[in-house]
Structures are given as structure tokens and as C-alpha cells.
Design a protein around this ligand. Structure first.
Ligand code: SF4
Length: 395
């Protein structure tokens, strides 16, 4: 799908190019600026700290190469993303990064980070532990202490302390980028953004990689040229998942080629990544701690425990708000946090009569025909269920 103006189409093409080959962008950025790049593991490290230090924070993406050299570095029951990280480390692909930062996430990722530590010995790896039990009285202090340690460590890496003023600037720049991405999402929900699901993913994925101001400038062009989606009878679907990487564009295309349109999602490379702004008033380090706690209330993560909000409640509300007629759950094979949480999601969707389909994904091999047969069956079920309501409405 092409935006309405040439400058929007050019901007979208530039962002898609970065999403297709993040490593090439990192190399070009380093050559152009003489700066250093920090590899960031998903999903919790606040990139604003690295931006404030003048470095390029990059959420490390799954690449498209079959795993080979790194295959024996992690067991087969690790998820595809973590095994691919190990493979990238073994092949030297991660040598473009000058340091690595991780804020606590899942056990499998910790294993992959250990592989990176041993395979890329010249780059420092910093691990900060954030609280996982979000409702405990000590959670805020724990989050704040870890954010302070990140600020200190990034300062050591950069050779100069990260100032509050630089941090406040970086927060404002990132908030603006998130706000624009949310605007695109809202336009798409409302039928005012004729972008495919792959194009939407490319917008978010490129934001995880690029210099934020550069990304925002291109994003503004995309927003200015958004065209309305032609009215049609495609089934409106919501994508839900906890992948630490972007879904394959072929998978998204396979879903939409069946006669569906993805109107919203809670994926990390999607709604989850842009869900929550960092407060711009007060102490910026405290604001980052607040962001971490707030984000789990807005987009709950199955690796964390919070008693007041549950993913299943927010999912069914989000499906309704988006006017989606069904849900496709994308689950990474062997992703324990998602596997353990999925029964709750399924139960709640069943209670609310929301048609849904679970698709398991892997790093290698996408059985497009099988996926399409299953998606077509879901769409058929939705059309059959919605037809009587549509007829009633026209009486
Ligand atoms: S996909 Fe699941 S198992 Fe893999 S790194 Fe992400 S949360 Fe962990």
C-alpha cells in the first residue's frame, strides 16, 4: 500500500530499508557520526539514557539468516530469538556494538546474554535487575535504584556523566517519537491510514534502531501523507503476542492476503513499545522508574506480576476499542512466559465470544499455506457469526 504523497512514500521506503537491514544502518550511523552504538536487549532498558550520552541505542533484532555457528551455544528449547542472538554473537554480527545493556526480562534471554558475553569479549555487558513483582511496596525504590545504576554505567561507558538536562531532552525526543507512532496506530484503527501490517511493523522496528530525531523527521512525512483505507469487507483482526522481535513480514502478509486487515496489536514491536511515555516533569531518573512501573499497567508483560491489572482484561478491552472482530495470537515456540499466560487469555476471549487463533512461530521455516488455511477458517467463522448481525442492521 502506498501513502498519498511522494515524500511520504520516500520516507516510508527509507524506514522500511532500515527495518529490513538494521545492521547496515548501525554501521552507516557510526561511520557518519563517529559515535558508538549500544546493543540493547528487549524489553525494558530505557534507551533515553544511552541517547542522553550521545550513543545510538539499538534494540537488537532477530536476523533472517538460518542459525548455524551458534546452534550449539544454546539448547534447542530456547526460543528462536534467543538462539538467533547466540548465532549472531558466534558469527560476529554483534561486533558492531560497543557495549550491551540488559534490563531484566526472561530466563532464556539471560542465557543468550551470557553467550554474548563470552562470544563478544571486547564489549562490556551490563545487566540491571528491575523488580518483577510490581505491586510490592519496595518496587518503586528498586526500580529507581536500577535506573540510577544504568545512568551511572552509561556515564562510565561514555566517559562523562549523563546529566539530568541531557536526560530530560532525550525523554522529550522519545516521547515525541512514541506520540507520532501512536498517531499512526490511531489513524489505522479509524481507517485513515492505508498501511499494511508489515509497513506498520517497519515503522516501529526502525524506531528501535534509528537515531530518534532522524526517525521522527521521516515519520512526520509519513503521517503527513497518510491516506484513508478504502472501505471494504476485510475482517478486522487484532494481533496479540509477546515476541521479543518483529514478526516476519511474510507472516503478516499471509494473514492479510486471506482477506483480513490488522487494525491493532499489543506486540513488543508495536503497541507495547510505544504504549507509555516517560513523565517530562520532575527528576528524569525518577521519571524513568515511573515509566517502567506505568508501562506494565498499560501493556502488562507476562514476565512481571502486577495485581491490579491483567493482560487478559486489557486485551479484550483493546479488541473492542479497535473494533476488531477476532484475534490472532502469535506465540514464539518455547516462549515460557507467554505459554504459561496463554490459558488466561484464551479463557477470557472465550468468555467474551471473541474468535481467536493461535499461531506458533519459529526462527526458521514459515508454513505459509498451513497458516493461510487456518486464518481462512478463522475468517470464515467470523463472517458466519457476523452475517446475521449485518443483515439485522440493514432491515
Ligand atoms: S520470545 Fe519469550 S522466551 Fe524469547 S526472549 Fe522473548 S520473552 Fe523470552
Amino acid at each position: 500500500m502506498a501513502p498519498a504523497t511522494q515524500s511520504a512514500a520516500d520516507a516510508l521506503a527509507a524506514l522500511s530499508e532500515v527495518a529490513d537491514d538494521p545492521d547496515a544502518y548501525v554501521v552507516r550511523w557510526k561511520e557518519r557520526t563517529g559515535g558508538r552504538a549500544i546493543g540493547v536487549f528487549p524489553m525494558n532498558f530505557p534507551a533515553e539514557i544511552a541517547q542522553a550520552a550521545g550513543a545510538l541505542p539499538v534494540v537488537i533484532q532477530e536476523n533472517r539468516e538460518p542459525d548455524s555457528l551458534g546452534r550449539n551455544l544454546l539448547a534447542e528449547f530456547y526460543c528462536g530469538y534467543t538462539r538467533n542472538l547466540a548465532d549472531q554473537a558466534a558469527k560476529g554480527t554483534l561486533d558492531i556494538y560497543d557495549a550491551f545493556f540488559q534490563a531484566d526480562h526472561c530466563i532464556q534471554l539471560l542465557g543468550a546474554v551470557d553467550v554474548v558475553r563470552s562470544e563478544v569479549p571486547d564489549a562490556p555487558v551490563f545487566f540491571g535487575q528491575l523488580p518483577t513483582s510490581m505491586s510490592d511496596p519496595w518496587a518503586r525504590d528498586r526500580a529507581l535504584a536500577t535506573m540510577r545504576s544504568f545512568v551511572e554505567e552509561v556515564g562510565h561507558f561514555a566517559g562523562a556523566p549523563v546529566t539530568d538536562a541531557a536526560l530530560a531532552d532525550a525523554i522529550a525526543v522519545s516521547n515525541e517519537n512514541r506520540r507520532l507512532l501512536r498517531e499512526v496506530y490511531a489513524s489505522r484503527r479509524a481507517g485513515n491510514a492505508a498501511l499494511s501490517s508489515s509497513q506498520m511493523q517497519a515503522l516501529v522496528k526502525s524506531s528501535m534502531v534509528m537515531d530518534k530525531q532522524e526517525h521522527t523527521a521521516l515519520l512526520r512525512d509519513v503521517v503527513a501523507g497518510l491516506a484513508a483505507t478504502p472501505r471494504d469487507d476485510r475482517v478486522r483482526l487484532y494481533l496479540s503476542g509477546h515476541l521479543s522481535h518483529a514478526p516476519r513480514p511474510e507472516l503478516l502478509a499471509a494473514i492479510e492476503d486471506c482477506g483480513a486487515i490488522v487494525v491493532d496489536d499489543d506486540l513488543f514491536t508495536g503497541g507495547r513499545y510505544i504504549s507509555t511515555d516517560v513523565p517530562e516533569d520532575g527528576d528524569p531518573v525518577e521519571a524513568l522508574a515511573e515509566w517502567y512501573l506505568r508501562r506494565d499497567a498499560v501493556a502488562p508483560c507476562p514476565t512481571l506480576v502486577k495485581h491490579e491489572t491483567d493482560w487478559e482484561d486489557l486485551l479484550v478491552d483493546a479488541v473492542e476499542t479497535a473494533g476488531a472482530q477476532g484475534v490472532i495470537v502469535l506465540m514464539v515456540r518455547f516462549c515460557e512466559p507467554h505459554m504459561l499466560y496463554y490459558p488466561e487469555l484464551r479463557k477470557r476471549m472465550n468468555e467474551r465470544d471473541i474468535p481467536h487463533l493461535l499461531i506458533e512461530t519459529e526462527h526458521e521455516g514459515l508454513p505459509v499455506e498451513t497458516v493461510q488455511t487456518r486464518v481462512e477458517a478463522l475468517l470464515e467463522r467470523i463472517r458466519r457469526n457476523t452475517a446475521p448481525r449485518a443483515l439485522e442492521a440493514t432491515r
